[in-house]
Design a protein around this ligand. Structure first.
Ligand code: DQA
Length: 153
């Protein structure tokens, strides 16, 4: 029997405020709501999840690079504002060389100019933006599909 897949789900700065923070842009669901929805989907697919949120770039880098010891199969990440600034998170994703999917609740391409560029997405297999909290489910499913394609080859 194949071991259960294990996915690390990372949320960056200010996402602990979802539900309160600019609900017109980010919606009314809290991060707890989003994470528990993802956990039930993952359970129904026999997938293990671990959730991590931090407002600190270095803590996110530490968590990503810890996957070497903790044997994750993939990463779902919303780096939030660090998307647009963090070479350190890009480097960490490249270093661990695991399939990662980037998610944004809002459509970063249709917002302020400074949000148009993602420094972190090029280290990912793909990214999803603009579909609200549903993007996390889409991202998780896309990541699992990618992993099952790899293991069927
Ligand atoms: C975000 C978009 C980022 O530009 C912003 O800094 C966030 C949230 C999103 O999910 O839409 O904090 O990543």
């Amino acid at each position: 029997m194949r071991p259960m897949k294990k996915i690390l789900i990372i949320n960056g700065p200010n996402l602990q405020l979802l539900g309160l923070r600019e609900p017109g842009i980010y919606g009314k669901l809290t991060l707890t709501d989003i994470n528990s929805g993802l956990e039930s989907i993952a359970k129904s697919l026999d997938v293990l999840t671990e959730f991590f949120q931090s407002n600190h770039e270095g803590a996110i880098v530490d968590k990503i690079t810890a996957v070497w010891n903790e044997k994750f199969d993939g990463i779902l990440i919303n780096p939030a504002a660090y998307t647009h600034t963090s070479i350190a998170i890009y480097d960490a994703l490249k270093a661990v060389n695991l399939p990662a999917v980037e998610v944004h609740i809002s459509n970063i391409s249709s917002r302020e100019n400074f949000r148009h560029q993602s420094l972190t997405a090029p280290a990912c297999i793909g990214f999803i933006a603009g579909f609200g909290a549903y993007g996390y489910e889409l991202g998780l499913r896309a990541l699992l599909k990618h992993l099952s394609n790899i293991s069927n080859n």
